[in-house]
Ligand binder design. Structure first.
Ligand code: FES
Length: 347
């Protein structure tokens, strides 16, 4: 049986299916409530019941005392509604609302996605989940060196692992280690989530999302989140890479094209190889965007990639009517800052 939940302060409502927790249902429908461990141990998801009742599958969870329960407190990561509910809880509506944590994690799986891109799945301790907004990044902490920033490539609803896409940087100490000597089960320390690059869900404007190289990673997280919560405005993805072999995970947007009529996909190669037999768009990815959308005054633009590409895009798109406040980028320094993707506009 389905129950309706209303959040008192905002009036937001969402439905909770049989056997679903209040938190899982809220996240599934794009309402972000605070959480930490998601297993009843930390208390981060605690709120109050203004009306209605909940049950817990295995008795009161560790972080909820008898007194708390008697005072109508609830742990929403474990609570199953027994009726419609009105709840009192703080909704997360900006990156500022999310606690930044430093956590140990284990490299669970390494996967080569392209000749110079590795996908890493990080597993956090069993008692921890990393709450984040799709598109944010984490710092990988390295002893005696500057932290390395990598975007989170998965969406919050799918948070068993933290997924990173790491591009090999010639002469880069960290990526050299990742590509040549790191093994699964290695232990890392990470800090996050960080950054303000995330989907503005309250905007009705069509969105153009541009990923240069591994800048596809946060865009992937944002799109998977948008599909999950049912955003149905136009979402137009552009990817800029050098050649066909750099277009890693191309099957994913191809699959989204079949599933989501409001989604479009334009891969752009700056230096296609003869063997690519490429008949798609070529040149600068920013030019491909402007060829399709010469007037950007009604759009939101999300851009991720090498800083010179993002800076150039920013400048160019402003000249084509984009409202300054509708340009979103992850302006942090990539591990790959030492190089930029050749062939993308750098002026
Ligand atoms: S998220 Fe930790 S107790 Fe609910």
């Amino acid at each position: 049986m389905t129950h309706q939940v209303t959040i008192r302060a905002s009036g937001h409502t969402f439905s909770v299916e049989q056997d679903e927790s209040v938190l899982d249902a809220a996240l599934r429908q794009g309402i972000i409530l605070p959480y930490g461990c998601r297993n009843g141990a930390c208390g981060s998801c605690m709120g109050s019941l203004a009306s209605g009742s909940v049950a817990y599958e295995q008795g009161l969870p560790a972080a909820l005392s008898e007194q708390d329960a008697a005072a109508n407190k609830a742990l929403f990561c474990q609570a199953r509604p027994q009726s419609d509910l009105e709840i009192i809880v703080h909704e997360v509506d900006s990156a500022r609302d999310i606690e930044v944590k430093t956590l140990p994690c284990r490299v669970e799986k390494l996967e080569h996605l392209a000749h110079d891109v590795i996908r890493i799945y990080l597993r956090l301790p069993a008692s921890e989940r990393l709450q984040f907004l799709a598109g944010q990044y984490i710092d990988v902490l390295i002893k005696d060196h500057e932290p390395r920033a990598f975007s989170i490539a998965n969406a919050p609803h799918d948070d068993e692992f933290v997924e990173l896409h790491i591009r090999f940087v010639e002469g880069g100490l960290f990526t050299d280690q990742v590509f040549h000597s790191m093994k699964e089960k290695a232990m890392w320390r990470v800090r996050g989530p960080l950054g303000t690059f995330f989907l503005r869900e309250d905007s009705d404007r069509p969105a153009i999302l541009i990923g240069g190289g591994t800048g596809f990673a946060p865009i992937k997280g944002i799109l998977e989140h948008a599909f999950e919560i049912g955003i149905d405005k136009p979402l137009n993805l552009y990817r800029g890479v050098r050649a066909r072999r750099d277009l890693y995970l191309d099957e994913l947007p191809q699959q989204w094209l079949k599933q989501h009529p409001h989604f479009s996909y334009t891969p752009v190669l700056s230096e296609p190889m003869d063997s690519d037999n490429w008949s798609g768009a070529t040149g600068y990815v920013t030019d491909a965007v402007l060829a399709d959308y010469p007037d950007l005054s009604g759009h939101d633009v999300y851009m991720s990639g090498p800083p010179p590409m993002v800076e150039a895009g920013h400048k160019l798109f402003m000249q084509h009517g984009l409202d300054e406040s509708r340009f979103f980028s992850d302006a942090f320094t990539y591990a790959a800052v030492a190089e930029s993707i050749k062939g993308l506009r750098q002026d």
